[in-house]
Write a protein that binds this ligand. Structure first.
Ligand code: CTP
Ligand code: ZN
Length: 152
């Protein structure tokens, strides 16, 4: 039998729990998933102890089940995020996030001369390496690597 355990953030009846978000990426994940704009109940915890990787954050979104394509957008800032799909208080599915092959928006091109940095053109990249991340700009063809990656 499983030991009863204390949940830092209350259990939800149905929806999505995104666990193992680096604490420093919590608000970027909220921004990327546009959670500030939905009417659903959302709870989150941050700076929680993680057995494996320092301080983590967790977000619980009631009544929302994301498309893989949408959720994978968070891989740039939370590559180890784990998704738990909840129905009737039970975890019915676990998923990991995967870095997509193309990225629209989210990241800034590191090239100061790139058109995306001085005109209102949304960024577009092809992912040339997933680990560590390297993004090739559709417009200027310069590579933005993990170290220079800036989320917009
Ligand atoms: N959870 C929840 N509401 C539920 C069931 C689970 O909010 N009704 C949350 C838990 O708090 C946990 C996550 O969903 O953060 C995963 O639940 P579970 O698989 O039971 O926990 P663990 O075994 O700790 O999962 P893992 O080791 O994969 O992190
Ligand atoms: Zn560019």
């Amino acid at each position: 039998m499983k030991e009863p355990k204390q949940l830092s953030v209350s259990a939800i009846e149905s929806g999505t729990v995104i666990d193992h978000i680096p604490a420093s990426s919590l608000f970027k994940v909220i921004q990327i998933l546009r959670l500030d704009n939905i009417p659903n109940q959302i709870t989150f915890g941050t700076n929680l102890e993680s057995k494996t990787d320092g301080k983590k954050a967790i977000i619980k979104i009631a009544g929302v089940f994301f498309e893989d394509e949408d959720i994978n957008r968070i891989a740039l800032v939370a590559p180890k995020a784990k998704l738990n799909i909840i129905r009737d208080y039970e975890v019915i599915e676990k998923k990991v996030v995967e870095v997509p092959d193309t990225i629209h928006g989210i990241a800034k091109c590191m090239n100061p001369k790139c058109i995306t940095n001085f005109e209102k053109v949304p960024t577009r990249f092809r992912v040339t390496s997933k680990k560590p991340i390297a993004l090739k700009c559709h417009y200027c063809e310069k590579i933005t690597d993990q170290e220079r990656l800036e989320i917009i």
